[in-house]
Write a protein that binds this ligand. Structure first.
Ligand code: ADP
Ligand code: MG
Length: 397
């Protein structure tokens, strides 16, 4: 391991990039009311997702416009409609909008436009809570900037830091990463955070909670003065107000919600498994239904994730697992296999709860009650994305 000493010692606060580390050893039980997890879907379809407004009217450069259309984005989503213009104007922003509502492009499009104006002097830093989300954001950036000679790289834990040095030899307009690795590179003086003009905290409520806030504060202090700060998430933690105010200057607050914080395209139901009944059998039984085509199964612990994946495979159900104890190569392979349908079930800890965008996840199953409502919102938000209908099933005792 090539990390610097300062950052390899997880002192009082656990290191970022690995939400699993926050788990306390002794068994904790969720105290959430199971009634919270039952809700009929009220699918608003494409109408609730997209507006009528086309991207033409934004005055974007023609190459970017072409790339947007090539991605199949015909009209702006609600959050894109409300955020792109003020962001192009250089405003700071805190934006809250449902899971799967197109927040990534909402912050990337203005960033790309700014980068184009002055590519040699522009650097945006996008910070995320998980490695997979960082990779996904860079992928979206790459597809939006195809042929535009703008450059990006992702810096995340679990990868060889020496190749990061090479990536940093060229001018990068967009840097994506998880806090720990970004700090390591800054300690090594290969990443100059003072050059960052635009800072984005995606999933910002997670970035500002106790698992990450120390690292994020360090990053923010090293960046110092900047032109623009953008905070995006589907959920807001009221206790973070002071922290948020400290990050933003004269911000615009955008909230695209329709009352409830879960996405209304998701049909939510619970399954009661009384004490004494074999929970795994109930689970395996569910998979007789072919409608459970592409399923993320959340568990509270890494051990249980491993065990369930194994048992599913033994039952003839193709499955894989993703959690913080797996190597980054393994994690990437699992995401790929889940995306391309090689595996039907991805068993995951909360490391996969935020931001991950896999097309057409049919069901999210919570094998155990999540500890917080926010965890629940993000987990089930892996389905019902981009205006599609999804299903969430939560096991309760
Ligand atoms: P969020 O960050 O809000 O959870 P994402 O940015 O991951 O959502 O986007 C969710 C999905 O919607 C992605 O698959 C993305 O490609 C798609 N998407 C984003 N913007 C548009 C658009 N304007 N039109 C159609 N699809 C879009
Ligand atoms: Mg997102």
């Amino acid at each position: 391991m090539n990390t610097t000493k300062k950052h390899t010692k997880p002192a009082a606060a656990p290191r970022g990039g690995n939400p699993d580390r926050r788990q306390v050893k002794k068994k904790k039980e969720s105290t959430l009311d199971p009634k919270l997890f039952v809700k009929k879907a009220q699918p608003s379809g494409q109408e609730g997702f997209r507006t009528e407004k086309s991207f033409d009217g934004l005055g974007l450069s023609s190459k970017l416009l072409q790339n947007i259309l090539a991605k199949g984005y015909q009209t702006l989503t609600n959050i894109q409609e409300q955020s792109i213009l003020p962001l192009l104007d250089g405003r700071d922003m805190m934006a809250i909008s449902k899971t799967g509502s197109g927040k990534t492009a909402a912050f990337l499009i203005p960033i790309i436009e700014h980068a184009l104006k002055d590519p040699r002097n522009f650097t945006a830093l996008v910070v995320t809570p998980t490695r997979e989300l960082a990779l996904q954001i860079e992928e979206e950036f790459k597809s939006l900037t195809f042929g535009m000679q703008l450059y990006s790289a992702t810096f995340i834990g679990g990868t060889n830091i020496n190749s990061d040095h090479t990536k940093l030899e060229r001018k990068l307009q967009v840097i994506v990463g998880t806090p720990g690795r970004l700090l390591d590179l800054s300690d090594r003086k290969v990443l100059d955070l003072r050059k960052v003009n635009t800072l984005v905290l995606d999933e910002f409520d997670r970035m500002l909670d106790m698992g990450f806030v120390l690292d994020v504060n360090k990053l923010v202090n090293r960046i110092g003065k900047r032109e623009q700060t953008l905070l995006f998430s589907a959920t807001l933690e009221p206790a973070q107000k002071k922290l948020i105010d400290g990050l933003l200057t004269n911000p615009i607050e955008v909230k695209v919600t329709s009352g409830s914080s879960t996405n209304e395209n998701i049909e939510q139901q619970t399954i009661r498994v009384p004490e004494g009944q074999d929970k795994f059998e109930v689970l395996a039984d569910l998979f007789r239904n072919p409608e459970l085509e592409k399923v993320i199964l959340f568990t509270e612990t890494k051990r249980l994730a491993d065990r369930l994946a194994k048992k599913l495979i033994q039952s003839g159900i193709s499955a894989g697992q993703i959690h913080g104890d797996k190597s980054q190569n393994f994690r990437n392979r699992m995401i790929d296999e889940f995306k391309n349908g090689t595996i039907r079930v991805l068993v995951a800890t909360d490391v996969a709860a935020r931001g991950i965008d896999v097309a057409d996840v049919s069901h999210v199953i919570n094998y155990q009650l999540p500890m917080t409502m926010d965890a629940y919102i993000h987990r089930i938000g892996r389905t019902g994305r981009a205006g599609k209908v999804g299903h969430a099933i939560t096991f309760v005792n």
